[in-house]
Design a protein around this ligand. Structure first.
Ligand SMILES: *[C@@H]1O[C@H](CO)[C@@H](O)[C@H](O)[C@H]1NC(C)=O
Ligand SMILES: *[C@@H]1O[C@H](CO)[C@@H](O)[C@H](O)[C@H]1NC(C)=O
Ligand SMILES: *[C@@H]1O[C@H](CO)[C@@H](O)[C@H](O)[C@H]1NC(C)=O
Ligand SMILES: [Cu+2]
Length: 353
């Protein structure tokens, strides 16, 4: 009897301490969890011959794992979007198809953060951006994400921000070299009385290693995945939601940490951050962590939680899977249910490696 108890206790502590701290800190555990999630999602496609299949599924990749030529082509495609006609010709400041994404995000900011739709809105929004790059600007490479943990101790040396031709441009109060140096931000800042007026200014970055190393390390991202039993807490810990004891002390948490590791204007702007090209790689990683977390226990991780307003202010209804996420004119309005599965084929068909 005592032996059995000891054995049980032994197993219990084994599973709590299943991962060595050094393996969490080095990124090894995150890599293993990512492989397991990929494998589980891949198995769900087993035997499928139409719709989303093992043959046609796209695999999103970390920026530095994408060949240089494809990275340069990605930058070309983003520049193409920045030079394409806006869907909002009536808004003075919306000068391009790229700007349309900033406009939409500005319109919904107070409903898609610290609310039921946070994860699925940003999944749909980044996918709509990927579709625009592919369908309107002929991008054919993998869609990139930024695994912050690689750069948390030196953001300026990141292959995303080193100013080389294969980066997204440099740091600086006006990007000083590389891609997007001469581009303008056309809308914002903030949410003043006339947010859609034309207000051209250079893109500023304020890369911040202190923030990155406090909130976006491999340990921070791995803890999020390991510590979240349900979506309510997963999204709370991701955002540092002050309403929950589990996430109250987390400050910026990984979501805010990634945004403010980039910082500047528009990167550090709550409303207009999608006008910073790196936004989509940051949110690619946010969505990747969600993908990993979901696919580690797919049967139990297909629900949403929360209401329609930020911090439920003003109070609003609890959202259900049949409620609709409207991001028109970027993409058609769809129910949350349709956005739950990245390989659910209406509309998504992608995995994260
Ligand atoms: C930015 O514009 C200046 C002046 O027009 C030009 O000399 C420079 O090559 C441009 N830089 C990039 C990265 O396009
Ligand atoms: C994030 O991880 C670092 C170590 O990698 C740690 O010092 C810091 O406390 C963590 N932040 C949070 C909010 O857990
Ligand atoms: C989803 O969550 C809601 C409340 O957050 C709950 O009422 C509902 O039963 C859950 N649905 C599933 C399928 O778990
Ligand atoms: Cu956002």
């Amino acid at each position: 009897m005592e032996l059995l108890l000891l054995l049980l206790l032994g197993f219990a502590s084994l599973s709590v301490g299943e991962y060595a701290q050094e393996d969490i800190d080095s990124g090894k555990v995150l890599r293993d969890l990512s492989r397991e999630a990929y494998h589980n999602a891949w198995a769900r496609l087993e035997g499928k011959t139409e719709g989303c299949t093992q043959e046609n599924v796209r695999v999103r990749k970390e920026w530095r794992d994408i060949p240089a030529k494809k990275r340069i082509d990605f930058v070309r495609a983003v520049n193409c979007l920045m030079s394409s006609e806006s869907l909002n010709p009536d808004l003075e400041g919306a000068r391009s198809r790229f700007d349309d994404f900033g406009v939409l995000h500005h319109q919904v900011s107070n409903y898609v953060h610290f609310s039921a739709s946070f994860l699925l809105f940003h999944r749909y929004f980044t996918w709509a951006y990927e579709e625009a790059l592919r369908n309107e600007c002929a991008y054919e490479g993998p869609f990139p994400y930024w695994n912050w943990g690689y750069d948390a101790h030196d953001v300026e040396s990141s292959p995303l921000f080193d100013g080389s031709a294969t980066s997204l441009g440099s740091n600086g109060g006006c990007l000083i070299k590389g891609p997007f140096s001469n581009r303008t931000v056309n809308l914002g800042p903030g949410s003043g009385p006339d947010p859609y007026r034309y207000n051209p200014r250079c893109i500023r970055r304020d890369l911040n290693t202190a923030i990155a190393s406090a909130w976006t390390t491999h340990r921070n991202t791995t803890d999020l995945i390991l510590d979240s039993p349900n979506v309510e807490l997963f999204q709370a810990i991701m955002q540092g939601d002050t309403r929950y004891p589990e996430s109250r002390g987390l400050g910026l948490a990984v979501h805010g940490g990634g945004h403010f590791a980039i910082g500047g204007d528009p990167g550090g702007d709550f409303n207009w951050s999608p006008l910073e090209p790196a936004f989509y790689l940051h949110h690619g990683q946010v969505d990747r962590l969600y993908f990993i977390w979901q696919n580690l226990d797919w049967e139990n991780r297909q629900n949403i939680s929360g209401t329609a307003t930020m911090y439920n202010r003003p109070p609003s209804d609890e959202q259900s899977l049949d409620d609709v996420m409207d991001i028109t004119p970027l993409e058609e309005a769809r129910t949350f249910r349709k956005l739950m599965d990245t390989i659910g084929e209406t509309p998504f068909c992608f995995l994260y490696d």
